[in-house]
Structure formats: C-alpha cells, structure tokens
Design a protein around this ligand. Structure first.
Ligand SMILES: Cc1cc2nc3c(=O)[nH]c(=O)nc-3n(C[C@H](O)[C@H](O)[C@H](O)COP(=O)(O)OP(=O)(O)OC[C@H]3O[C@@H](n4cnc5c(N)ncnc54)[C@H](O)[C@@H]3O)c2cc1C
Length: 367
C-alpha cells in the first residue's frame, strides 16, 4: 500500500498549488481529482494581478503559451444606464485572460506531476481515520485502491465534504446561484475579449468570449428569487437575456444563438467555521467561496494553496502556530472580501424596490 505524507482531495487550482508547494518542500504528496479530464467548467476570468502567483508556482511560461484569450478590460452597466469601461492598460499589472479552464487546471496538475506529486486524475478520494492519519480509498472507473496519508487537505471545492465530516460548518452569506449557457455563432465576427457585466432588476449578468470561440453568458440571482425551471431551459434563459441591453445588443450584432443546455450552480459567498483540525486543513473554495463578481476565486485559491502548504509543512515539523496563522490569513481575506463586495453592490441603487439589491445594501461582518 502506497504511503504519503499529505493527500489532497481535489485537483482544481487550490489543490494543485498546494501540491506543487508541498512537493517542492520535499513531502510525498498524492493529488486526486474526480472530475473527468477536459470537462468544460466555468470560472475563466483571470485578473492581471494574478500572473505573479503563476510565476511563484513556476508555471507562468507554460501558461503564456497555452492559448488562453487575452483580456484587455471590463465593460459594465452597473449603477448607471451608461456603460463604464475599465481598461487594464491603465493598471500596473497589464492584461488579464479568459481561460480555457479545463486546460488551465490540467496544466497545474501536470506541473505537480513533474515535481514528483502522485497525480490521480478522474479519481474520487474518500477516507477513514487510521492510526497516524488516514486510510484512503481511491476509486477510478470501478477500480479501487487503498493508500495511507499522515495528513489530508480538503481542496474539493464548495461542498467541502471532508472538512464538514470533520465537524466544520459551512457558513453562508447569501444564496447566490448562477445559470450559464454557451452561445454559438456562425459569423466568426466577435473578437471582444473583455468581460461584460450588466446589472438587471433581480440580479446581474456577465459574459465572456472563451478561447474556443464560444460566448459564455451567465445570469446570477438569489435562489429564492428566481424561477429555476424556467431558467434551466435554454429558451427561458435566452428570453431573460433579451431583457439586457449590452449583452443582448452584442448577441444580436454577432448572430449568437443558444448552443448548449443551461447549467445551474451555487455561486454564493461562504466560509467554513474552522479551516483546520487534527491532521487536516481546507483550502480554496472548500475554505472560502466568493461571489463571481469579485473574480478572485482562482487567484485566492492559488495564493492560499501556497500558504496552506507552508502551514502544513510547519505542522508536520511540529510548529503548532503554523495552522492558526493560516486560519488568521483566511479570516482576513474573507473580511476584506465582504467589505469589497458591499462596496460594489452598494454602487447599484437603480432598483430600490428589488429584494436582490436591497439585501446587498446591508453591511455584514465576517468575524
Ligand atoms: C459562475 C461562476 C463563475 C466564476 N467565475 C470566476 C472567474 O471569472 N474568475 C475566478 O477567479 N473565479 C471564478 N469563479 C470561482 C472559481 O471557479 C473558484 O474559486 C475556483 O475554481 C476554486 O478552485 P478550487 O481548487 O478551490 O476548487 P475547484 O476548482 O472547485 O476544484 C475542486 C476539485 O475537487 C474535485 N473533488 C471534489 N471532491 C473530490 C473527491 N472526493 N475526490 C477527488 N476529487 C474531488 C472536484 O471534481 C474539482 O475538480 C467562478 C465561480 C462561479 C460559480
């Protein structure tokens, strides 16, 4: 039976950043990811400031050659009927990117493998407590394998299944959900790499042109305020889109039509009641999840992955302050995030009667 110092549940950006850092520090690491390789997923906006995190992880050169779409800024209708441009040229960090997200996640896992991490794609990891750590069960295509690890890291995304099994609670600050659809056009005329954001009476939309040439449109609102059945139908979401100005104008100009079925997912803000415990820690969306408006999910996952790895490295060497220090960092990030979220939503005052917007005018403090 293989034995590891640290096993990581989930090979998204958080799991891979943690694995790369721990691998570099000399630990035997297992990284298991249950998602089918290459499966499409949302979460594509990569802000200019996040490039330095890729440099720290030693993956920037591979990233720059991977065919992600350059993004030069954002256009938004938010707080006013007039579109507002935010051009990255006026920022110090340069351009951002619209990611091919499946390729991005795969590149990070490949970098982990290159430095000696045992990467197990399309593999679900479950565990039971064992002496000196955890007994691991790795399941792939009906085959099962046992392994052992001294430590476990939950980088399994928003459900945070493992951390909750350890007694942590998931505390949510809203019930935001996202419904997305990929649009296709035969015109091949759309070259706009910017992120488009448009507030509407009961929520907001965003849209990006993906590296594949498909256009992603996503509607966000609160779970209790929308008609789920209507939105899960691509014609229903399309009709809703027809009520926007910026996005609908762009769809008309380039001859877009719904190209896929609609998918819905949790997009709310939340955190765990605690971020670590006996031989475990949580990182990425499993620990803290953000409203997509912030575009900070991937960058925070990469940043915290490195910090989580260093904290577990310290704990493995007997430093009892390492994980509390990591938890303090997460608490500070989430507190700052809530203040920013409040500021952005507070800018939109056009719909005083709207429950969606009035809920977001109330100040919340995280800790
Ligand atoms: C609608 C929407 C739009 C978004 N847009 C952006 C954006 O533009 N920019 C941005 O920065 N962020 C965005 N985000 C957030 C971003 O996608 C996440 O913050 C980011 O993916 C978090 O990375 P992670 O590694 O923590 O988790 P994930 O990327 O969710 O990865 C977790 C992985 O763990 C795997 N897993 C779970 N359980 C197990 C198990 N038992 N065994 C093995 N594997 C397991 C899952 O299959 C998954 O692959 C968006 C989110 C939403 C909902």
């Amino acid at each position: 039976m293989e034995s590891y110092d640290v096993a990581i549940i989930g090979g998204g950006p958080a799991g891979s950043a943690t694995a790369i850092t721990l691998g570099r520090l000399g630990w035997r690491v297992l990284l298991a990811d249950s998602a089918p390789v290459g499966r499409f997923r949302v979460g594509e906006g990569f802000p200019p400031s996040a490039r330095s995190l890729l440099r720290d992880l030693g993956v920037l050169d591979g990233f720059l050659g991977a065919g992600h779409r350059t993004s030069y800024g954002n256009v938004s209708i938010w707080g006013s009927d007039q579109p507002h441009m935010d051009d990255f040229i006026f920022h110090t960090h340069g351009q951002g990117y619209q990611l091919d997200r499946a390729a991005f996640d795969q590149q990070l896992r490949a970098a982990a493998r290159q430095i000696g991490v045992s990467v197990q794609p399309s593999t679900r990891l479950s565990q039971t407590a064992a002496e000196d750590g955890f007994q691991l069960l790795l399941s792939r295509d009906g085959h099962e394998q046992l392994a052992h690890s001294r430590w476990l890291i939950d980088a399994g995304g928003r459900p945070a299944v493992f951390a909750r099994q350890q007694g942590a609670e998931r505390l949510t600050d809203d019930r935001l959900v996202a419904f997305y659809l990929l649009l296709h056009s035969s015109q091949d005329s759309d070259q706009d790499g910017r992120t488009l954001v448009e507030a509407v009476e009961h929520g907001w939309w965003y849209s990006v042109l993906l590296p594949s040439g498909e256009r992603l449109v996503t509607y966000l609102s609160d779970l209790d305020l929308l008609d789920r059945q209507q939105l899960l139908n691509s014609e229903g979401l399309w009709q809703q889109l027809a009520q926007t100005r910026l996005l609908w104008g762009l769809c008309q100009a380039h001859g877009y039509r719904p190209g896929t079925s609609v998918h819905g997912m949790d997009a709310g803000s939340g955190r765990l009641s605690r971020f670590h415990g006996e031989r475990w820690a949580a990182v990425g969306d499993a620990a803290l999840s953000f409203d997509p408006l912030s575009s900070q999910g991937i960058a925070t996952a990469l940043y915290c992955g490195q910090h989580c790895a260093r904290a577990v490295h310290g704990a493995l060497q007997g430093d009892v302050q390492a994980l509390p220090g990591y938890a303090d960092l997460l608490a500070r990030i989430y507190t700052a995030y809530l203040a920013n979220r409040q500021q952005f939503y507070g800018m939109e005052k056009r719909w005083g009667e709207s429950i969606f917007w009035s809920r977001r005018q109330v100040r919340k403090n995280a800790f």
